[in-house]
Structure formats: C-alpha cells, structure tokens
Design a protein around this ligand. Structure first.
Ligand code: NDP
Ligand SMILES: CC(C)CCC[C@@H](C)[C@H]1CC=C2C3=C(CC[C@@]21C)[C@@]1(C)CC[C@H](O)C(C)(C)[C@@H]1CC3
Length: 417
C-alpha cells in the first residue's frame, strides 16, 4: 500500500481531470509550437500544416544524443563543487546538502562544445533534430516520472510532498509524490531544475544562431539579441543557483509536471523565439534594438534586485544591505519585508521576469503572435503561481500575511494587478 499523508492537501491544477488533461496537453502544445515555428504561416492558433509520422519523431541517433547529454550533465553535477549549500529544514528537522557547481557545469559544457566545434562538430545540424530530440525528451520524462512514482511507494511518509499524495494515481503521477527524491548525494529534482534543460536551452539557441549564419552568411541582430538575453538569464540562474527556497524545491513533489517541464518544456519551448527567427527572419534596426535592450535591462534589474534582496534577507536579516528595510514580524519568528522591492508589489521578481519575457519576444517583430507564446504562457504561469504562493503564505503567516497584503495591495504590477 502506498504511503499517504495525514490531512489531505487541497487539490490543485483542476484535480485528477485537470492533471490528466495537462499530461496530454503539455506535450501536444510543445510539438505544436515546434511545428508551427518551422511552418510558413507560423500560426500560434490553428492546426499545424502537417502532422509528423513516427518515422520523423523517432530517431535512435537523437536518443543516443539525448542520453549522452543527460550523462554529461550528471557527470558535471558530480564534480567537486566550490561550495555545498544546505536546503530548508525538512519535516524531520534535517536539512539536505546540495552542490553549488551549476555555473561550473555551464562553463565546462561551453568549453566542451567549443572544442567539439573546432574539431568539426556540426552544431548547425541540431535544429534539424529538434523534433526527434523533443520526442525522446518527452519519452524520458514519462519513464522517469513513472520511476519517481514507484520510488515514492517505498519512501517514508516524512519524505512526501504536501501535495501530490491524494491517492489518485494520475494526479499524484502528474504532481509528484516525493519532495526530494535522491540516490545518495544525487538529488534528481535539483539536478533537473537547473542543468539539462536550462543549459540545453542555450545550446539549442546557439545551434539556431549557427544555422542562421550558415544559411544567410551571418546571424541577424534579432537572433543575437534573443541569444544574448536568454544566455544572461540562464547564466544568472546558474551563477546564483538560488533555487533552494523556491516553491518547486520546498513544496512541490517531483513528478511529471516538473520532470517534463525541466527536461522537455524548457529547452524546446523556451527556445521558440530563436526557432521562429531561423525560419522567419525579421529586420531590426539599431534604435529599436537599443530600446529592446533597455527593456531587458530594466526587467533584469528588477528581477535580480528583488530576488537578491529576499535571498540576502532570508540568509541574514542583519546584513547591512537589508538591515535598514522595514519588516513585519510573524508568529513563526520569520519576518516579511515591507519596503524595498518587496514593498512595491508582493512579487516584484515576477514583474522583472515578465518584463524580460517581453524583451525576448520583441526582436521577433509584431507580424506573428507565435513568438509571444512565451510571454502569454509565462503570464498565466506566474499569475497561477502567485495565487498558490499566497495561499501557502497565508497558511504559514496568518494575520501577518493579511497585514502585508494590506500594506502592499498589488500582487505583481503596481496599480494594475
Ligand atoms: N522562467 C520560468 O519559467 C520561471 C521563473 N520563475 C522565477 O523564479 C523566481 C522564484 O520564484 P518563486 O519560487 O515562485 O517565488 P519567490 O522567490 O517569489 O518566493 C516566494 C516566497 O518568498 C517569501 N516571501 C514572500 N514575500 C516576502 C516578503 N515580503 N519578505 C520576505 N519573504 C517573502 C515566502 O517564503 P518564505 O517566507 O518561506 O521565505 C514566499 O513563499 C522568480 O523570479 C520567478 O520569476 C518561476 C517560475 C518559472
Ligand atoms: C510545464 C508546465 C506548464 C510547468 C513547468 C514549470 C517549469 C518549467 C518551471 C517551474 C519553475 C521553474 C523555474 C525555472 C525554470 C522553469 C521552471 C522549472 C528557473 C530555473 C529559471 C531560471 C530562474 O533564474 C530561476 C529563478 C532559477 C527559475 C526557478 C524556477
């Protein structure tokens, strides 16, 4: 009998029906986007021009490449780390330890790819393999989530996530049952959240840039901007490696949603703008490019400022950079910031992230809706995520959270939302 938890957590994502729909809808959306980006009309809405057969999707070469990629990233994860960080306190009062060597993995991957290219590795051939690669990544995510589901059967109750243990197999498979599944020091969720998908995303972007150079003599300004902005975002994530306090690590189980999200959704849909630009080149002048750079810089400034301010405060509230900020005390002994970035809106980091998302789409012009998919999806994701986080904070902090909401009435966008 599978272990379940005491009081049942409220069902999220529309319960078992919603989870079943998302199990099908997420991979279908990803393939639709991949096909639409390479099609002439590049329509976000409406059916793709043609559906690929299994002979297009299935490729043993893509499977080998994908497994080699996962193996390389796993090996880099296991290399000695410059630092080992401790996670949040768990139910059994213990804390897990995590290697901080994500940026090192990014640099070593870049060096290996650079060496490979100088030895004749045809990176420009990667765009042709995106469909079969996305297919094997999806298959891997399904099989891996099944393994995680089975592994949770034998996990102690204290290792289970607050959600994802409803007893409904589809819902639990989707949400994930175990909070931090690991084998020895190897933490599957932490590994997947930052390594194969995020680094894979920038590698796909680079391959699309190389392919554009092959086709048109040199990469376009729009392609440079998309590559640069997204490399900054991924480099920042791996430099700070500050995911140990995110909801994904501290609250959500590791199931299909995150396994598919990290391994397939991120590399193959987050690279949509670069995919679109390869097949639909867009003119971009220097004045417009400068405006777009300014928008990205503003978004990054808010995103980084807000995330760093909260992380510094959570690590050490007396740090001189945050000691002067106004706070509210809570019954748990932790405090909430009510000035600085966190006094502007209740999720300033989401605001910065959304502004960057806009800057990533603008180089693709305004003739098509498709490259704006990321902005639309991300707005929906963050609005939903913000509501989930608020529910959890209200539960954690009660009256103090209500006071925070009274003092800082807007959630993400000042005076709008
Ligand atoms: N590109 C992508 O696909 C995605 C990017 N992101 C990005 O990831 C980053 C992290 O997001 P996420 O994990 O959702 O959430 P946050 O980093 O915003 O963390 C929310 C937590 O912060 C703490 N907190 C909230 N308000 C305050 C306050 N006033 N003072 C101090 N602490 C506070 C609470 O936890 P506690 O009190 O327990 O510390 C709360 O649960 C964001 O920048 C987001 O944009 C997120 C999802 C997807
Ligand atoms: C497929 C579904 C619709 C949802 C899947 C969601 C996941 C793709 C995202 C959930 C939280 C994420 C984070 C990042 C990437 C996307 C996922 C995994 C993040 C690593 C991106 C880089 C940022 O700097 C970050 C703050 C480290 C992000 C943490 C959350």
């Amino acid at each position: 009998m599978a272990p379940t938890q005491g009081p049942r957590a409220p069902l999220e994502f529309g319960g078992p029906l919603g989870a079943a729909a998302l199990l099908l809808l997420l991979p279908a959306t990803m393939f639709h986007l991949l096909l639409a980006a390479r099609s002439g009309p590049a329509r976000l809405l409406g059916p793709p021009a043609s559906l690929p057969g299994l002979e297009v999707l299935w490729s043993p070469r893509a499977l080998l490449l994908w497994l080699a990629w996962l193996g390389l990233q796993a090996a880099l994860y296991l290399l000695p780390a410059r630092k080992v960080a401790e996670g949040q306190e768990l139910k059994d009062k213990s804390r897990l330890r995590y290697p901080i060597n994500g940026f090192q993995a990014l640099v070593l991957t870049a060096l290996l790819v650079g060496l490979g290219m100088s030895a004749g590795l045809p990176l420009g051939a990667l765009p042709e393999m995106l469909l079969p690669l996305a297919f094997v990544a999806t298959l891997t995510a399904f099989i891996f989530s099944l393994f995680l589901y089975m592994k949770a059967q034998v996990a102690p109750v204290s290792a289970l996530a607050p959600g994802g243990n409803s007893g409904n197999p589809i819902y639990d498979f989707f949400l994930g049952r175990e909070l931090n599944p690991r084998i020895c020091f190897f933490d599957f969720k932490y590994f997947c959240e930052l390594r194969p998908g995020l680094i894979g995303w920038v590698l796909i972007n680079l391959a699309l840039l190389m392919k554009e150079a092959e086709l048109r003599g040199s990469p376009s300004l729009a392609m440079w901007l998309v590559n640069g902005f997204q490399l900054l975002y991924v480099g920042d994530a791996l430099w700070h490696e500050a995911v140990l306090t995110t909801m994904d690590i501290t609250h959500d189980g590791f199931g299909f949603m995150l396994a598919f999200g990290d391994m397939a959704w991120v590399p193959f849909t987050y690279s949509l703008q670069a995919q679109f630009l390869l097949h639909h080149p867009q003119p971009l002048g220097l004045p417009m490019a400068s405006v777009i750079c300014l928008i990205n810089a503003t978004g990054y400034y808010i995103f980084r400022g807000a995330n760093s301010q909260k992380n510094t405060f959570r690590k050490n509230p007396s740090d001189p950079r945050v000691a002067g900020l106004e706070t509210i005390s809570t019954a748990t002994g932790r405090k909430l910031l009510v000035s600085g970035w966190w006094g502007m809106v209740r999720h300033p980091n989401y605001l910065g992230d959304l502004i960057m998302a806009l800057a990533w789409s603008l180089p693709c012009g305004v003739s098509h809706l498709l490259p704006y998919f990321y902005l639309l999806y991300f707005t929906a994701l963050l609005v939903h995520r913000e509501a989930r986080d608020e529910r959890q904070c209200l539960q954690k902090y009660g009256l103090a959270w209500q006071e925070y909401c009274r003092r800082v009435p807007y959630r993400i966008m000042p005076y709008i939302y």
